[in-house]
Design a binder for this molecule. Sequence first.
Ligand code: SPQ
Length: 429
Amino acid sequence: MELIELQPTMKGLKGMIEIPGDKSISHRSVMFGSIAQGVTRVTNFLPGDDCLSTISCFRKLGVVIEENDNELIIYGNGFDGLKEPDEILDVGNSGTTIRLLLGILAGRPFFSSIIGDHSIGKRPMTRVTEPLRSMGAQIDGRNNGEFTPLSIRGGHLNPIHYNMPVASAQVKSALILAGLQAEGETIIIEKAESRDHTERMIRKFGGQVHKNDREITIKGGQRLIASDILVPGDISSAAFFLVAAAIVPNSEIVLKNVGLNPTRTGIIEIMNKMGANLEISQNEADSFEPAGDITIKTSSLRGTVVEGDVIPRLIDEIPIIALLATQAEGTTIIKDASELKVKETNRIDTVVQELTKLGASIEATDDGMIIHGGTTLTGGKVSSHGDHRIGMMLAIASLLSKDIVELENPDAISVSYPNFFNHLNSLKN
Ligand code: SPQ
């Protein structure tokens, strides 16, 4: 679909949504199921385009994966079960797939070539290719391995002691996955704490990873054993409805089964700071990934500053936080978020450009944005720029706009939330 017309809502949002599976955990469940020994069953897998790209890559590497909507059965044969692919591995739009896959392939003694879509072709890869090369992998690609297409020939890996220059769960995870195959002990020091799903998954698959503040130690040569995985709902998907209910008058909704891993809950901290009317009831404690239900009502909000160590814990929620800030009283400043420039789009530019078209008072800075609240949003023609999170943010903005919003390229949303419009419409009725 090229363009969709979105009507403002006349009533408040009401009802309940079961939040679809977490994208980051879904990717990792396929990867760990593939490199572990035995049969892994995954429940509540996210069948979004990005996670389907991960399945396709591992099938090309010889792994048998049965797929039935949001249930997977993965027949893993350990790292050694992966085979040289006959075909090019295509990661589509997914940064997580390509970066974590490179970490796995770095230790495999065969050749692979990797491509992705137009957006992937602009996202930096040296942040993983450089440390992986220093461990011993042979990697090449456009601009000396910075951009796809990439080629990789893995093999024997030496451990490294690496101080990460960026706060990134993808870089950390790629190095952990390579470290699992290295001869000796790999030490990675994070710049700031980022999502820890990879570390949790290693433990769930019977492996060991040691964490001391921001220092992570991983022993090479570990054998992972298959495990059943229940994927919690994705807090990054829930974020769109948290904000929708907070800003649309007369709303009250319940979001079921939202992942509440503390390395992902920055959005809740910031919404609480802004005065959001939300309540959390945590499900039974689960040592793997915590989850719970969130009830959220229309809220009277005030501007805030979003900066520092919370940034990696809400990095993907910044587009929707920017929309939230347009409806708060006062100014919101977002700082320390220059990583936004290397996502599916430059999310500083696309957020500012598209919200400005709808009448928001928002300016870009070098590492974030400044949003002046209390604005009335108008209608207009906007674009997702092929970025799922920009598309969903604009669809939520349309709920409050004075006129119709025309959204170009809404299909991008299926990268992380194929049922998004069904869920949104169910709350409007
Ligand atoms: O997978 P991709 O394309 O990088 O997806 C995004 C997203 O908005 O869904 C980023 F554009 O999420 C990343 C996130 O920003 C997913 C992720 C992960 O699963 O490890 C980590 C974050 O990226 P990074 O570069 O900070 O490690």
